[in-house]
Each structure stands twice: as structure tokens, then as C-alpha cells.
Design a protein around this ligand. Sequence first.
Ligand code: ADP
Ligand code: F6P
Length: 320
Amino acid sequence: MKTIAVLTSGGDAPGMNAAIRAVVRAGISMGLNVKGVRRGYAGLIEGDIMDMDARSVSDIIQRGGTMLYTARCPEFKTQEGVDSAIASCKKHGIDGIVVIGGDGSFRGARDLSLGGIPCVGVPGTIDNDISSTEYTIGYDTAINTAVEMVDKLRDTCQSHDRCSVVEVMGRRAGYLALQTGIACGAVAILVPEVEFDLQKDVIEKINAIKATGKKHFVVVVAEGIGGVEDIAAKIEAGTGIESRATILGHVQRGGAPTGRDRVMASQMGYRAVSLLKQGIGNRVITYTNSKLGDMDIYEALAMKKPLDQEEYNMATAMSI
Ligand code: ADP
Ligand code: F6P
């Protein structure tokens, strides 16, 4: 292992820059050459690759987004795409790659590893929906952004005795919505993993709480449920409380990473390079029971990550 590369893939997440910095600096410290691939697997196929030195990652640890850019690359899901990427690695003398991204990106890393280019996946997504790890880079920043936004909505909805129905990101996963809802004291949290009855679990609940004197409410809805305008209209019709819908959207993916994301990104990036340096690929970095670790990619991709039902029940019990 002489030369490694780093790329970011899928949706960006705050802390990806800190992870890139960690990979570049760790690689150099361990005597490796390090290259940066722009725009994920698309850049790998096209050969959009640059040399990285210690100074190339100066002043990025505190920045959101990814200096290497990111992309979704459907071509890479085909054998031709993977073959072109492997040819590109050979051309540029890349012996191993650190892939920073989500589950989809890890599937790509598995295919590359199978094709003879050892890869290590570093979990980076605001969704925290990667089964093999309890933590993903970007999650902490995204929660804090969402919480700050919902707090602002609460101020105005309290002033007007309204109900605020807020959509939080997460097309397939409700972790971000659940923890944002807990942190913001939402009256109801609607996520794709838990069945709900709008009439019983939201409207009747609001009416019962309203009878105890509460006049303003926050309902958090995961993107995977969607339809916040419609939900707000139904709450207004069923409770008589004026309701407004807000979609937080991509604001949740930006911003300076929190201290936690920077530290996790640094640790995960360093560990990924340590593995590659030993010639070990086809692994993903994990964080389980407050400990950093790594796992076989196949094993990682076969795992399921259910929403914590106890946490959901706790949130429901608190919102009375
Ligand atoms: P994430 O990594 O955040 O889950 P995506 O699911 O969009 O994001 O995946 C990012 C990229 O990883 C895709 O655009 C594609 O290039 C690659 N990828 C996704 N799924 C697969 C797959 N099943 N096989 C190979 N590559 C994949
Ligand atoms: O996976 C991260 C994420 O932000 C999801 O929460 C969201 O559903 C999706 O990406 C949005 O993707 P795009 O940026 O393509 O709209």
C-alpha cells in the first residue's frame, strides 16, 4: 500500500471535510501518498483526481459541505462503471480508497474491494441510518440545526397559539425526526418506521392536551412521511387550532460541524487509514457501545437498524 485516495459520495454531511482532513493527514503521517477524488464515484470513473498534501486540507475542519464535492453516480451501479473505476485506480496508481458516505456508497466500496481495490467505508450521513454503526458523521450537527430551527418556530407558534407541523429530513429513516422531536418537546413525532393514526395519535391527543390548558403545539414529521401541508390542514380542522407547515429541507445538511462531528470524523478517518496501511480493505468503520471499531462490509450491509421503539415510547409518554 503506497498510495491511497479519499472520496465523498451520496448526500453531503457536515464533518465530511474533517474526515477528509483526517484521511489526508493520517495517510501522510503513515508515509502514504494521498489523492483526492472529486465528485465521488463519478470523479473516479472520469479520473478527476488530485494530489493532496498536508496544506491542501488546511482550514477545512470547521467547514460544512465537502471540499471534494459529492455526487450520486448511477453508472457506478453497473459492472462497466465499476470496471472503469478500477481502470482509473490502476492508471493513477491508487492502491486503496477511503469512501466517506452512506450505505449506498458502501455498496460501491464493496464492489471496488471485490475488484481488487481495497476500500474502507467511513459512515457519513445526516440520517444516521447505517445499520453497522450507532453514529454517522453529520448527525449531531443536523440535529442541532433542526432543533435550532424548531425552537424558532416554537417562539412564533407560541405567540399565535398555533400548531407548527415541521418536516425534518430523512426519506427512509426517522432517527433525525425522532431525536429532534424529543429535543424540541414535540406533541407527536411521525416517522416511516412506526405506524400511526393521524386522528387518534395526533388530533385527539392535541385535543386532550388542549383541554388541560396548552395552546401551542409542535408536530415533527419525517420527510419519508411527507404531506405536512395536508397534515397541518387536518390538525386545524380537527382541533380548531390554526396550524402552519414548514419544511426545513437542505438547511439541515449545511453549516459548521459540531465538536462531536469533528472529533468523530477525525477518529474514523484515522482508523480507516490505519486499516488500509496494513493492507486491510473491505471494512467499514463503526461506533458501537461508545467504542470505535470496524467490520466486514458484507456483514455491515446485511445488518438492519430498527428505530429504537423504547425511545419512541418515551417520547410519546413525555408529550402529554
Ligand atoms: P448514500 O451513500 O448516502 O447511501 P446513495 O444511496 O445515493 O447515497 O449512494 C451513493 C452512490 O453510491 C450512488 O450514486 C452509486 O454511485 C453508489 N451506489 C449506491 N448503491 C449502490 C449499489 N447497490 N451498488 C454499487 N454502487 C452503489
Ligand atoms: O441522505 C441524506 C438526505 O439528506 C436525506 O435525509 C434526504 O432524504 C436526501 O438526502 C435528500 O437528497 P437530495 O439532496 O438529493 O434532495
